[in-house]
Design a protein around this ligand. Structure first.
Ligand code: FE
Ligand code: FE
Ligand code: ZN
Length: 277
């Protein structure tokens, strides 16, 4: 059984996203915890969160993914930027306790010239500040395209962050197919090899979710421009091998392709058919 969904707008609340997902044939989804650029979050409606949890249980959803604003940077050059990222993520995690057992995905950060080592150290310190032993949310590091000074374009970098996090059982990884291809991993020609490398560096048991995207650019381009499924450089065949791969079975797959809702519905149906082949 393939668990698949897409990124949804959270503007109408939690239950509305769950219903929207069902209409699209999805059994998971992703949403931004707040405006991706801004910082203000609406007051959390705990009854709405409980209603979503009930709907997800009834329809056997896979875990859903709350995505942190992508402008947060745990390894920014200035302490005030790092502190803002820590405070915002801590606030998100407090809110997510109303949706127990789900995932909180974030971009590790950009070292902005301080170097990868310094970036990794700040990211791990930030996580050690934020994580709590009793939290019900698993925090996911997203694999990045390696654009600019992004940390997390190499599996080794994610491994180093995980090694330095004390509450490491609260941590996992989300693999983005566009990002890993852009970062230079050959998921088109050698998916088995890439997953073997992931297992060697990080451990496949850490892999909790997949962002399923085609890419506008060739492997190694380090661009991070998503494309619709089958319209980019990765292509439908290679992405179908991802949804069919036995090592990934059971994980939530989430589309972040440039689509309106009907386009997402079509991609979900297409990939469900591909998963059955
Ligand atoms: Fe992301
Ligand atoms: Fe992604
Ligand atoms: Zn991306």
């Amino acid at each position: 059984m393939l668990h698949i969904g897409c990124h949804l707008s959270s503007s109408k609340g939690f239950l509305a996203m769950g219903r929207q997902a069902l209409e699209l044939g999805a059994d998971t989804f992703q949403f931004f915890t707040r405006n991706p650029r801004g910082s203000r979050a609406k007051d959390l409606d705990s009854a709405d969160a409980a209603a979503l949890m009930a709907l997800m249980a009834e329809h056997r959803f896979a875990p859903i993914i709350a995505h942190a604003p992508y402008t947060l940077n745990l390894c920014g050059a200035e302490e005030k930027n790092r502190a803002f990222a820590r405070e915002t993520m801590a606030d998100d995690l407090r809110r997510l306790e109303h949706l127990p057992g789900q995932y909180y995905n974030f971009h590790p950060g950009s070292h902005v010239g301080q170097g990868t080592e310094a970036g990794i150290a700040f990211i791990a310190q930030g996580l050690n500040d934020i994580l709590h032993p009793d939290q019900a949310t698993t925090v996911l590091l997203e694999t990045m395209a390696g654009k600019g000074s992004e940390v997390g374009g190499r599996f080794e970098e994610l491994r180093e962050i995980l090694d330095r996090v004390e509450l490491s059982d609260k941590m996992g990884v989300c693999l983005d197919t566009c990002h890993v291809s852009d970062a230079g991993y050959d998921i088109i020609g050698d998916l088995d090899g890439v997953l073997t490398e992931f297992d060697r560096c990080i451990g496949l048991e850490r892999l909790k979710a997949i962002h399923l995207n085609d890419s506008k650019n060739l492997t190694g381009a380090r661009k991070d421009r998503h494309e619709r499924i089958g319209h980019g450089c990765i292509g439908l065949e290679a992405l179908s091998r991802v949804v069919r791969h036995p090592a990934l079975r059971g994980l939530p797959f989430c589309l972040e392709t440039p689509n309106e809702l009907p386009g997402y519905g079509e991609e979900i149906a297409l990939l469900r058919r591909q998963a059955e082949l």
